[in-house]
Design a protein around this ligand. Structure first.
Ligand code: MG
Length: 318
């Protein structure tokens, strides 16, 4: 078979470049943004050489979208809306694509991004066991991967979590849903309650004034949610291209006041909050149709997956 030519200077999509320290940098792996399951299987069964040969032979065939695809598309839609109203704005989303592919097998990835018009500012092809070491130097605030080892490595370096499943949400308004405990808020809220020594019990008593309710501690996704909230505030409510949701298994009775007071103190406006009182989250997520749902409970991730909702597990430890 004749060798497959590799373009020496592939034309990369040219997104609006956001300065690294103002931008909300999201790193996504190739297996999260594109569906590479077939290719990954080939890699596992036949090895790297065969995988590279396959990717080169198919370099002009776009990869199908993966779990994080619609989320990235929706993020780009928000960038577009920001720039429409404020062309000099620097506070944008910035997408970095991280890949364990070597550059010679990465042409298909670049061509696929180009095919779908994805605005990805940086492509990092690192033939490295642990590509997450590059996250910190790029100021990454959110890391989406389909590989648990990647996520654990990233967590040790101070970034965030991985997705799973079909994408149904349209790429217009960006919809992001967060769990409460151990995601937006710390899991210390749970521990406090179990130990019976926190301020949560005070929430049960309607006679307690709001000022006496203790705040929740911050969780692993607070920083990302706050940055999202900052972009949210650039728009008036009717025209905002971002919609955020809190979907917690807690009841409004035990968690509602505390959560709402905490969000208010943080200055974080969540558009809708659902206190499910132990009911499954899947049905409400199916109605919301978020581009991504973050939860620390694998049963909730499974529930979201069963409804075809893209979900990202937020591990508390690895
Ligand atoms: Mg939780």
């Amino acid at each position: 078979m004749p060798p497959v030519p590799i373009p020496t200077t592939p034309r990369l999509p040219q997104p609006p470049q956001a300065p690294p320290f103002k931008a909300l940098v999201i790193a996504v792996t190739t297996r999260a943004i594109f569906n590479l399951e077939e290719e990954h299987q080939l890699y596992l069964e036949k090895g790297k050489e065969e995988y590279v040969r396959h990717q080169q032979a198919n370099q002009d065939r776009p990869l199908p979208p993966g779990t994080a695809f619609a989320f990235i598309q929706a993020v780009q839609y928000v960038n577009k809306k920001i720039l429409e109203s404020s062309p000099a704005e620097e506070d944008l989303f910035d997408i970095l694509l991280l890949s364990n592919n070597s550059p010679e097998s990465g042409v298909r990835i670049i061509n696929s991004a180009k095919h779908y018009g994805l605005e990805i500012s940086k492509f990092c092809f690192v033939s490295d066991e642990d590509s997450t070491q590059y996250l910190k130097s790029h100021g990454v605030k959110l890391f989406l991967s389909a590989d648990r080892t990647d996520v654990c490595n990233a967590l040790r370096r101070g970034a965030s979590p991985p997705p799973s499943h079909e994408v149904q949400a349209p790429s217009t308004q960006l919809r992001v849903a967060f769990d409460g405990d151990a995601v937006l808020f710390s899991d210390e809220t749970d521990q406090d309650l179990e130990r019976g020594k926190g301020g949560l019990n005070r929430c049960f008593l309607p006679s307690y004034p709001l000022s006496s309710v203790l705040l929740c501690f911050q969780g692993p996704m607070k920083a990302f949610a706050m940055h999202l909230g900052k972009i949210h505030k650039k728009f008036n409510r009717e025209e905002c291209p971002i919609r955020t949701y809190l979907v917690t298994a807690r009841s409004g009775r035990d968690m509602g006041i505390r959560a709402i007071k905490t969000l208010r103190e943080w200055g974080l406006a969540i558009d809708e909050a659902f206190f499910m009182d132990g009911a499954p989250k899947g049905p409400i997520l199916a109605q919301i149709q978020p581009h991504i749902f973050f939860d620390d409970g694998l049963h909730n991730i499974q529930g979201a997956r069963d409804m075809g909702v893209p979900s990202a597990w937020v591990p508390s430890c690895c």
